[in-house]
Write a protein that binds this ligand. Sequence first.
Ligand code: ATP
Length: 514
Amino acid sequence: MVQDDVFKKLVSHCKEYGFVFQSSEIYDGLGAVYDYGQMGVELKNNLKKYWWDSMVMLNENIVGIDSAIFMHPTIWKASGHVDAFNDPLIDNRDSKKRYRADVLIEEHLAKQDEKIDKEVQKATKRFGDTFDEKMYRETNPRVLRYQQERDEIHARFVKAMNDNDLNEMRQIIVDCGIVCPISGSRDWTEVRQFNLMFSTEMGSTADGAMKVYLRPETAQGIFVNFLNVQKTGRMKVPFGIAQIGKAFRNEIVARQFIFRTREFEQMEMQFFVTPGEELEWFEYWKNRRMQWHQALGFGAEKYRFHDHDKLAHYANAATDIEYEMPFGFKEVEGIHSRTGFDLSQHEQFSGKKMQYYDPELGKSYIPYVVETSIGLDRMFLSVMAASYREETLEGGETRVLLKLPPTLAPVKLAVLPLVRKDGLPEKARAIVDELKFSFACQYDEKDSIGKRYRRQDAIGTPYCVTIDHQTLKDDTVTVRDRDTMEQERVPINALQQFIAERTDMSQLLKQLTH
Ligand code: ATP
């Protein structure tokens, strides 16, 4: 299936089965804002738990907080967001559509890379076993030309971004002949900077209202509480503070469903280290975070690191973990070595010391920070994309399946009486009443058993427990596996353990070795 079609189907599946709805739908929606439905909220909660437990439960030196969305406005001055949290935007005069100039150029570069890869693939087919890819890339005139063009544009782009040179960005777009995907035209406006923070007013006007911002990241709530947590928790460097919460950005281009939204949720962890040790910790967290993603079992080839071309002036290393979405490899998580920038800024702007006294070194200093920052909504999208399947069964029937990791599935087991009589519903209800204390269960007696299985497949329920006439005789049930569709008989008194062994969060967490 074409990837575009897969994505469209995924979006409609999310709506049809109660995962994601457009916000304010009956009023024709609100741009790039989404609501999570009855299934979506469960999946989201499970993702949060997987992240939270992997940080706070598995690491003695990481604790969590939950800071407010509203913060003192000077925080955003200190962090640099008031002056520099901008995206370069450009408009196409014909379609009147607005784009991020940097994204247009990055997409162009990705296309150049694809062109080169296609040449290499063609040659691989042509030359077979004797093909030497390295040599081909270094000597084939066409590949060399493409590569040189790409590298030149790339170098100009990096420089323009670093110098904040908006005219040069526009020039690159013009020189590359980039066209608007909607109008196909090259009639571009100037490139302008656009601040992404939402603001509102706090307090009544009589008191003197104060302009406050909706936080564009959760990290600052951690920085300003750094000493509160360190002192009250008696934390010793190295230690981390984790937080899950909403963030808001007035994104210029908000397409691609929940990939880029104006209200979203972040899961961030700031790890405070002794200056000089930050790059070792950066490597450590890079690997730990990749392991966390890969433990979900979607295949290592679906992920890659993408090191930043443009480092923020305060960062000394930064990489993204990208996942192969239906629309290409895209950032899901960022890992940044932020030096002592944020704490120093807050020390300067607040006039309060932000230093840690190191009992081992016998001196005070501002710790350096390595942060891991993942978007929950993007993570949700990657999990849905990886799990969505359409299968053709023997006999030509098709089924739509969400092959979610069992620990993340919104419903862990469905309890289904084979027929709606002979005491089977009562027996099924008794099982739900027992197991609902441990698992998210669903009881369903409507329609044929086949239809009920399909409904559970579509929401990713890993196990369907069916109560039949034999159950009344020997207290066993059939348990159907979502992926293999195979059934086995299990005694009712062994069900609890059977499901727990296969769906408990600890199963996933145990794969995260240090
Ligand atoms: P992008 O380059 O895609 O705009 P970013 O580099 O600005 O993202 P960060 O500031 O590093 O993103 O934020 C950390 C994480 O928060 C990102 O990896 C992403 O998963 C998530 N995120 C950022 N912006 C959005 C958004 N508008 N919608 C959903 N998730 C987002």
